[in-house]
Design a binder for this molecule. Structure first.
Ligand code: APR
Length: 249
């Protein structure tokens, strides 16, 4: 059995996609019953859609916020946060870059997290720019901020056609330049710039591993490809020592 991370004092970068949250009951985006099967991206996930119909967009995101708040992290999320703890306590470094906006990694105990596409649990004022934690699910739509301008609130999400938040890509790329291993979990490898990170790690000659239910579009970029569900494969493959002692998390 080849273990993904053999000793703790490593520099590890993990990137995840919606596949890791599937076992918590959160829909993925593409494939059978994916979110984009039932919703047109141009209607709900772009700045143009928001300008045209903020109520429709807010209904879409409040529905997803309710779902995320009603779900629990699964064994996959727990294995990633346990890996961070194991690596950082062992003298290593760890970064988790997630495309997911459901907040389940943080609820599973992950600490050093970059939410590349934002969060369902954060809102932003389009007038004063304030960004704040927001778990309310019964806003009168469209919601407005209590700042003097009474600005329209929007979900703090990176929509199609928008750039990632300042500094996030630079921080992730710098961690990849420095890492011993780059692990990709539960993503189809079709959405950029996140999908480009595997190319980047590959070009730098970094060791790469992928855990995914189906072979992602960029499967050839990985040294190790483990096909299976994250909630099953990650606990099994992440903890050699603990596994050997029979007390893997
Ligand atoms: N364990 C591991 N992988 C899984 C599991 C599972 N239990 N269930 C599904 N998968 C895999 C699928 O095989 C698929 O390759 O997760 C991947 C999900 O792919 P997508 O639906 O394309 O979602 P994702 O890659 O997260 O999308 C990227 O696109 O729509 C935008 O902003 C959105 O962040 C999202 C981005």
């Amino acid at each position: 059995m080849n273990w993904i991370v053999d000793t703790p004092e490593k520099k590890v970068v993990v990137m995840t996609g919606s596949g890791i949250s599937a076992e918590s009951g959160i829909q993925t985006f593409r494939g059978a019953n994916g979110l984009w099967e039932n919703h047109r991206i141009e209607d709900v996930a772009s700045p143009i859609a928001f300008r045209r119909d903020p109520v429709m967009v807010w209904n879409f995101y409040l529905q997803r916020r309710k779902q995320a708040l009603g779900c629990q992290p699964n064994a996959g999320h727990l294995a990633v946060s346990a890996l961070e703890k194991w690596v950082t306590e062992g003298g290593g470094e760890f970064l988790l870059a997630t495309q997911n906006v459901d907040g389940l990694h943080t609820r599973a105990g992950s600490r050093n997290v970059i939410e590349m596409h934002g969060s369902l649990l954060i809102s932003r004022c389009t007038a004063c720019g304030e960004v704040f934690q927001d778990e309310s699910v019964d806003w009168e739509l469209p919601p407005h901020h209590d700042c003097p301008q009474k600005g329209l609130l929007r979900p703090h999400i990176v929509w199609f056609g928008e750039s990632l938040f300042p500094g996030d890509m630079e921080n992730i790329e710098s961690a990849i330049r420095d890492c011993d291993i780059f692990i990709v979990i539960g993503t189809s490898g079709t959405v950029y710039p996140a999908a480009g990170l595997a190319h980047y790690a590959n070009r730098l000659g970094k060791r790469t591993a992928c855990v995914n239910k189906d072979a992602p579009a960029n499967v050839d970029l990985f040294d190790t490809f483990i096909q299976g569900e994250a909630g099953t494969e990650l606990p099994r493959r992440l903890f050699p020592e603990k596994r050997a002692k029979g007390n893997a998390p």
